[in-house]
Design a protein around this ligand. Structure first.
Ligand SMILES: [Ca+2]
Length: 168
C-alpha cells in the first residue's frame, strides 16, 4: 500500500484563493503586475516565474488573513450587510478611510518595507487588473481588494528582486 503525500492546503489558503478568484482576479492577473514592476529590471522575466512568486506570497498566513478580512468587508458592503457609517464609507471607497491601505501594508511587510515603493507606484498607475477593480460602474465593491492585489504584486516583486540579487 502506498500512501500518497500531497501538500495540505489550509482552510485559510483555500478560502483566500477561492475568494480572490470569485471576485474576478486570477493569479495570472497579479503576476502580470509583477512583470509590470520588475520587467524593466529583468528583461527576460517570464509570466511563469512571476506566477511562482505570487504563489509563494499566497502561501503566507499573514497574507491569507489580510485577504480574508479585506474581501469579507468588500462582500458585506456589496450586500449592504454592514452598519452605518461603515457601510457608506466602504461602499463609496471614501478617500480618507485608509484602512484598506493599512491591510495592504500588512501584506507588503511580510517581505520588508522595500515593497512599499512598488505598491505606491502601481497604486498610482493602476495597470491591468487594478483598472478593472477601480471601475466603479460595475456595481461591485473592491475597496479592499484593489489594495490587496497591489500589495500581493508588490510583495511578489520584492521577493523576486531579492532572489535575483542573490543569484546573479
Ligand atoms: Ca482601496
Amino acid at each position: 500500500m502506498t500512501i500518497e503525500k500531497k501538500p495540505v492546503m489550509s482552510m485559510s489558503e483555500k478560502t483566500a484563493r477561492r475568494w480572490i478568484a470569485e471576485r474576478g482576479v486570477k493569479v495570472e492577473d497579479i503576476a502580470e503586475l509583477v512583470v509590470y514592476l520588475q520587467g524593466p529590471y529583468h528583461p527576460n522575466l517570464e509570466l511563469k516565474e512571476a506566477i511562482d512568486h505570487v504563489e509563494a506570497v499566497l502561501r503566507k498566513r499573514e497574507v491569507q488573513n489580510a485577504v480574508l478580512t479585506g474581501i469579507q468587508l468588500d462582500m458585506l458592503a456589496e450586500k449592504e450587510m454592514l452598519e452605518e457609517p461603515l457601510l457608506s464609507i466602504i461602499k463609496t471607497d471614501e478617500g480618507l478611510y485608509g484602512l484598506d491601505e493599512t491591510i495592504a501594508t500588512a501584506i507588503i511587510n511580510v517581505y520588508g518595507t522595500i515593497g512599499l515603493t512598488s505598491y505606491g507606484y502601481i497604486d498610482k498607475q493602476k495597470p491591468g487588473i487594478l483598472q478593472f477593480l477601480n471601475d466603479k460602474s460595475t456595481g461591485q465593491v473592491h475597496t479592499f481588494l484593489d489594495d490587496i492585489v497591489g500589495a500581493i504584486a508588490a510583495a511578489a516583486a520584492s521577493r523576486l528582486a531579492h532572489r535575483a540579487a542573490h543569484t546573479e
